[in-house]
Write a protein that binds this ligand. Structure first.
Ligand SMILES: [Zn+2]
Length: 239
């Protein structure tokens, strides 16, 4: 997880003002603060534009984390200068779809953990479909398919999704008590962002989420893959 970034405090900001902090190789731009989400934790980066008051404009085509700092790959090169005041606008359709997928992924993971004791090992969100990887001894696709209804019941309960930042020690204690899978925080992490869905789920997560489960719409399981007990996979989408 990155250090606490503006997009973690507010996932609904689509446009913001900031200053260009550095530029490397003419095209890797860091900003004094950013709401652009960098590829991390299975959630793909945002895209959008950066625009100066005097009408210069670049596209943001990739955002990655370099160290703890989100870096924006822009095109064309050579348009922005360090110190430029810019307006950042995020491609909202793309981001919002990732927020719906991401929030749904928390719910799918939760249901698989609760109902089957599955251990979630990874996830990859996409615009058309997302997948969750998990370990599970006893594998029965028909049984798993029925959990789609359980996920959708949670969505229909209109549960608020909230986040707060706590110390690493407090996070470890809380997650232990909830027997939630602890991913093992990297050494340097001193603060952890916890994402809570109603009173049913809490996870340490740095991604962007909906404010309420209702916005996810309807989750549909697309496919189950069985690659051995340590590598099962479910593909889903949101409608
Ligand atoms: Zn999350």
């Amino acid at each position: 997880m990155a250090d606490i970034q503006p997009y973690m405090r507010d996932g609904y900001t689509k446009e913001f003002h900031t200053t260009v902090k550095s530029i490397a190789d003419g095209k890797f731009v860091t900003l004094n603060e950013t709401y652009f989400y960098p590829t991390s934790g299975g959630q793909p980066h945002d895209t959008g534009v950066l625009k100066t008051a005097d009408g210069r404009e670049v596209k943001v085509i990739f955002v990655g984390l370099f160290g703890e700092q989100p870096s924006h790959q822009v095109e064309p090169e050579g348009v922005l200068k360090v110190g430029d005041e810019v307006t950042g606008t995020i491609d909202w359709d793309r981001r919002y779809t990732h927020m719906r997928m991401h929030t749904a992924a928390h719910l799918v993971s939760k249901v698989f953990e609760d109902k089957k004791g599955a251990v979630v090992t990874g996830n990859q969100l996409g615009l058309d479909k997302s997948r969750i990887d998990y370990e599970l001894d006893d594998y029965n696709p028909d049984e798993l398919r029925a959990f789609e209804d359980v996920v959708n019941e949670f969505i229909e309960q209109s549960l608020d999704v909230t986040s707060h930042v706590v110390s690493r020690e407090e996070a470890e204690e809380l997650l232990d008590r909830l027997s939630t899978l602890k991913m093992g925080f990297p050494e340097h992490i001193t603060q952890v962002r916890l994402v809570q869905i109603g009173d049913i789920d809490m996870q340490a997560c740095g991604g962007t989420h909906l404010a309420n489960t209702k916005e996810a719409g309807k989750v549909k399981f697309l496919k189950f893959d069985n690659k051995g007990k340590n590598n099962r996979r479910v593909y889903f989408t949101v409608e």
